[in-house]
Design a protein around this ligand. Structure first.
Ligand code: Z5A
Length: 209
């Protein structure tokens, strides 16, 4: 039985933390115990890169530097965690992956998406089998995040930045509807989790599980 890579994506306050727990529960019901990871991060080196990326004191970071650091973390994660797990036949569940670079650095920062696609081909070399995209209105998502402490470097961006991120994510779902399944995350939490569960059950059925 071969492993699969499932990724979870979404903008601010989309509810990824709760969704990760739901996905794990649905996989467990199917007898799957996935390797869980996150981006940026997921390895010792990647977590050090994450700290740099989110450090609010690094306000002058160039968009290109940001993109390359995201891919540096991802290249390490793919070689140290993702590929070995898939090769063992294990499933992998990642909180964010390459789609986030297309959304945040491509959409949000305006970096050439051709460069991102080339980095994906060269430094990553694989795509998720399934991406669950939690989509929520930007203002609604930001309101959910209020009161959660000091914003990090990326969270400190303006509303317009997150609107561009959301549009870029939605374009990816439109371009690859079979892989990127959009879930309306503006609804109450229980409804969002039920919708996620339904998408995942459909995918598991397609995988013969
Ligand atoms: N980034 C990038 O730029 N490029 C890349 O290639 C990658 C990442 C991989 C760190 O990611 C940052 O890196 C992130 C993107 C960028 N930047 N930002 N900003 P992260 O995933 O670690 O960080 P995050 O996006 O800030 O995730 P988070 O803190 O885990 O947020 P969340 O998962 O969206 O939110 P949550 O904790 O699940 O929920 C937030 C609150 O809303 C919480 O109080 C919930 O109880 C509440 N909530 C959740 N769902 C609902 C519903 N349905 N109704 C009402 N309230 C709800």
């Amino acid at each position: 039985m071969s492993g699969r890579l499932i990724t979870l994506e979404g903008g601010e306050g989309a509810g990824k933390s709760t969704a990760m727990a739901t996905i794990r529960a649905v996989l467990a019901e199917a007898g799957i115990d996935p390797v869980c990871t996150r981006e940026p991060g997921g390895t010792a080196l990647g977590e050090a890169i994450r700290a740099l990326l989110l450090d609010a004191r690094q306000a002058g970071m160039a968009a290109e530097t940001e993109l390359l650091l995201m891919f540096a973390s991802r290249a390490q994660l793919v070689r140290e965690v993702v590929r070995p797990a898939l090769a063992r036949g294990q499933w992998v569940l990642s909180d964010r992956f390459t789609d986030a670079s297309f959304a945040y650095q491509g959409g949000g920062r305006g970096v050439d998406t051709g460069c991102i696609a080339e980095l994906e081909r060269w430094a990553v070399g694989l795509k998720p089998d399934l991406t669950l995209l939690l989509d929520v209105d930007v203002e609604q998502g930001l309101a959910r995040m209020r009161g959660r402490g000091e914003p990090d470097r990326i969270e400190s961006e303006a509303v317009e930045f997150f609107q561009r991120v959301r549009s870029a994510y939605r374009r990816r779902a439109e371009a690859e509807p079979e892989r990127v399944r959009l879930v309306d995350a503006s609804r109450p939490e229980a409804e969002v989790q039920a919708a996620l569960r339904a998408e995942l059950v459909r995918f598991l059925r397609e995988c013969g599980r």
